[in-house]
Design a protein around this ligand. Structure first.
Ligand code: HGY
Ligand code: MN
Ligand code: MN
Length: 416
């Protein structure tokens, strides 16, 4: 396949303007974003994205999980399209670039191809996957998981948020429950550009991460049950404090991850305390453990140790312990040919680059099961993400999309 010329580059200013426009929708309270999945803010962001795609001549398809597919025709309508994208939903205290850079980077590719009057044999489809973050409705990468056939659509529709609202109902309420069968689309390849969300690229002074693998993930939802009683008048020897179970398991999770350095991470990010009253001893605590590693054996060993030790810790405290999986995927290895296409693009463009393992989960981790897939990463300041202070430079954004552009266009085959 003919590779794009090294001088073929995107319009970095237009890309940055679009990122800043999208960032105005679902603003956070500290400069970032709160555009959570299937909220009215999500709907507003989708509408803006659709208007931009249609202005670029693309036609929009939407599937039954609300995922958006903006298609630019190729010269061969029967050729399998090359897909490129990420997600527009954000964390409640998210940044302006997590996911958004990958979706608007795909849009910038369409805009640049139009500017240059370039045709490709394969169609190109820019994608916005619904509910990548998995915060409002667990698990993460919900729509891409259904698309890849690893999560059931009816089960996904029944996922509830903290207010008891169902995902399927909310998707319908915002008007983005499409007609297309999920997963019916076949892909020649899928590429995703994403900020690293870690410190490695910036620390190594590299502009581009060529993502060879991703970490696997295990989300374990735990419930510790004690007994609600008065914090003042209940004698210490009579207390059954569920909060102590949380405290000791929090330490256990940290110790387990530290045992498997440098290939493991572990923390508890979601915690609900009941009844959460200042003068009632917690009768119940529900929390989610997030274990990750790019080594499957390590991941499984961490879960096994947790399941062996947590019940014993709780028994000694006089409280009950139970747990269930609330999300998981094994460590993905991305498609070697697509990974090489990304690496060659960085080399052709003369951008500093290094191979890297993705610490965070991405839609590409699921799509990798149904199509040849690879990821491109760009640095972020101090490696900070899932924080409203998340920042990147316009240069990092531009170079990341240049590499994405070259990889997508080479795979889609330029014909004129
Ligand atoms: O959890 C993750 O890794 C992704 O950011 N949703
Ligand atoms: Mn993301
Ligand atoms: Mn994220």
């Amino acid at each position: 396949m003919a590779a794009p010329a090294e001088n073929m580059k995107i319009n970095g200013e237009r890309l940055w303007d679009s990122l800043m426009e999208m960032a105005k929708i679902g603003p956070g309270v500290a400069g970032g974003n709160n555009r959570q999945t299937v909220t009215d803010a999500d709907a507003e962001g989708r509408k803006l994205f659709q208007s931009w795609c249609e202005a670029a001549g693309a036609t929009m398809g939407v599937d039954q999980m609300g995922t958006m597919f903006a298609r630019r025709e190729g010269t061969d309508p029967d050729a399998l399209p090359v897909y490129v994208g990420s997600h527009l939903d954000t964390q409640p205290t998210g940044g302006k670039y997590d996911g958004v850079l990958g979706v608007l980077g795909g849009l910038e590719i369409l805009r640049t191809l139009n500017d240059l009057g370039i045709k490709t044999r394969h169609p190109i489809v820019v994608t916005n996957w619904t509910n990548e973050e998995g915060t409002r409705f667990a698990p993460a990468m919900l729509a891409s998981g259904v698309f890849a056939g690893v999560l059931d659509q009816d089960w996904a529709y029944e996922r509830v948020d903290a207010e008891g609202k169902k995902f399927g109902d909310e998707l319908k309420r915002i008007g983005w429950r499409g007609e297309e069968e999920v997963g019916a689309r076949k892909m020649k390849a899928f590429y995703e550009l994403h900020i690293e969300q870690g410190p490695i690229l910036e620390a190594e002074g590299k502009d581009i991460g060529v993502v060879t693998h991703g970490q696997g993930l295990r989300w374990i939802e735990c419930t510790v049950t004690g007994k609600e009683s008065h914090t003042g008048s209940t004698p210490m020897r009579m207390r059954r404090n569920a909060g102590r179970g949380l405290a000791q398991i929090t330490e256990l999770v940290h110790e387990i991850a530290m045992k498997h350095q440098p290939n493991a991470v572990g923390a508890i990010g979601h915690i609900d305390v009941y009844p959460n009253s200042r003068n009632i001893i917690p009768g119940k605590v529900v929390f989610t453990i997030d274990f990750r590693s790019h080594v499957l054996e390590t991941l499984n060993a961490m879960v096994a140790e947790l399941e062996e030790k947590a019940p014993k810790l709780c028994e000694a405290l006089g409280v009950e312990f139970s747990c269930q999986s609330s999300g998981q995927f094994d460590p993905p290895a991305f498609d070697p040919d697509c990974v090489s296409t990304v690496r060659r693009a960085a080399e052709r463009l003369g951008y500093s680059h290094m191979d890297i393992v993705s610490g965070a989960g991405h839609d590409a981790c699921w799509i990798n099961r149904v199509a040849p897939t690879a990821m491109v990463m760009c640095p972020c300041v101090d490696g900070l993400s899932h924080n409203e202070a998340e920042e990147i430079t316009p240069e990092w954004a531009r170079k990341g999309v240049d590499v994405l552009f070259h990889a997508v266009v080479e795979t889609a085959e330029v014909v004129g």
